[in-house]
Design a binder for this molecule. Structure first.
Ligand code: ADE
Length: 173
């Protein structure tokens, strides 16, 4: 039977700012069976999209995406906050549900034509997803899907990126 992952996500009011309900995935990560099950769901999705490589945005995208990559025997590419990567980078900026930032990827991280699935914990306004898509495409990759533990559909992320195939385990309205 499918697991209801929402039972294992903690909702924290007014964190990090007043008016935000923070969806905390650490209870899933703390439990080996749940973490493996959530990883497996995303890995099945990435496999169905015929992914060649997994991209994970810093920082929770590393936690979510790395085990998906290893389950499938695929490479993992980190999309990092500025000035963390040591070699030549591509950069894109984005807005968040709260705040804004930039992401960078090494210029040689994606090979032209590679099919890429992005993995992250949560899609809110889809700012991180848009920036990651821009980086992947600028490097010659093809974004074939994005997989999340959590989606906040009221923030209309899907509408901002109608050409991106999106998968999520739990939706909060
Ligand atoms: N990132 C953006 N919005 C968030 C939220 N409501 N909970 C957890 N992470 C987030």
């Amino acid at each position: 039977m499918a697991i209801d992952f929402s039972k294992y996500i903690a909702s924290v009011k007014d964190f990090p700012n007043k008016g935000i309900v923070f969806r905390d995935i650490t209870p899933i990560l703390q439990d080996g069976d749940l973490y493996r099950a959530a990883t497996h769901e995303l890995a099945e999705y990435a496999k169905s999209r015929k992914a060649d490589v997994i991209v994970g945005p810093e920082a929770r995208g590393f936690i979510v995406g790395c085990p998906v990559a290893t389950e499938l025997g695929l490479g993992f590419v980190p999309a990092r906050k500025p000035h963390k990567l040591p070699r030549e980078v591509e950069r894109a900026s984005y807005d968040l549900e709260y705040g804004s930032n930039s992401l960078e990827m090494h210029k040689d991280a994606i090979k032209p034509g590679q099919r890429v699935v992005i993995c992250d914990d949560l899609m809110a306004t889809a700012g991180t997803l848009r920036a990651s898509k821009e980086l992947i495409e600028n490097l010659g990759g093809k974004l074939v899907g994005a997989a999340f533990y959590i989606e906040l559909p009221d923030l209309k992320g899907r509408e901002k990126l109608p050409d991106v195939d999106i998968y999520s385990l739990v939706q909060y309205h």
